[in-house]
Design a protein around this ligand. Sequence first.
Ligand code: MMA
Ligand code: CA
Length: 288
Amino acid sequence: MEERPYIVFESPPRKRCCRQGTWLTLLGLVTASMWAVLLTLLILWHWDTAQNLKQLEGSASQNVSQVSKDLEGHKSDQMAQKSQAAQLLKKLEKIQAEQKSMKSRESEQSRYLDGLGADLSNLKSKSLNERRVASDSLERLQEEVAKLRMELKMLNGSACNTCPEKWVNFQSKCYYFGEGSRMWLQAKYACEDLHGRLVSIHSSEEQNFLNRRAKKDSWISLQDLDIEGKFIWSDESPVDYSNWRPGEPNNQDPGENCVMMLGSSGQWNDAFCRSQLDGWVCEQLATC
Ligand code: MMA
Ligand code: CA
């Protein structure tokens, strides 16, 4: 028998076959382990992230609760402030109302005070008037008394003709012949400073005496300052004698309300009160 040749299929060397398998297995293992590591890393990363997130969540929720607490606190503060503001507003309104009423009371009081002031000034002027009238009456009474005393003394045989120095006696009066430029009112004050008054003339004898003595145009106390045309003596003695120059009084422009005695003739002329005359005659009662 012929031996049939065996066709030997040379199978790949076992070793090669096995080595490849091992490599594959190794590769598989490596891949698997790499996957495993990757997965583990992923899981770990996920876990870590989750942990972090949890922590963050926790702190966020804490923050949120803190913030909401703060918010509530703020809200209550705000409410308290609002109520305080409302109270303050009420107080302000009250104060404003009080201020208003005080102002109205104040204006009422000032009106009342004004009224009182007016009453007071009225009373003052009234009492001043009364005082003036009373003092005038007193002065006149004193003069009357002095005259009566003098007459009595003259009846008893003693004469009342004593005058101060520089004054000249005529009958029961003393006269001072002032010199120096003066307006009517200044002359009046000058006589008062000398404890006398601007002269009043009541008889032709008295006028003649004055004519002899006064050589300058001189102011006398006759005037119509209160009522135009109504001439009165400043001491309010009666106008029982007159010595007007013919044509006078003529109240010439700008108005003549004070009377002068002409130095030349002694006759009277109404003149402008602010004219400056060089003479003025004062009188006072002579003493006994
Ligand atoms: C002056 C003056 C008057 C007076 C007249 C008289 C010019 O004015 O003294 O008072 O009446 O003279 O002529
Ligand atoms: Ca005149």
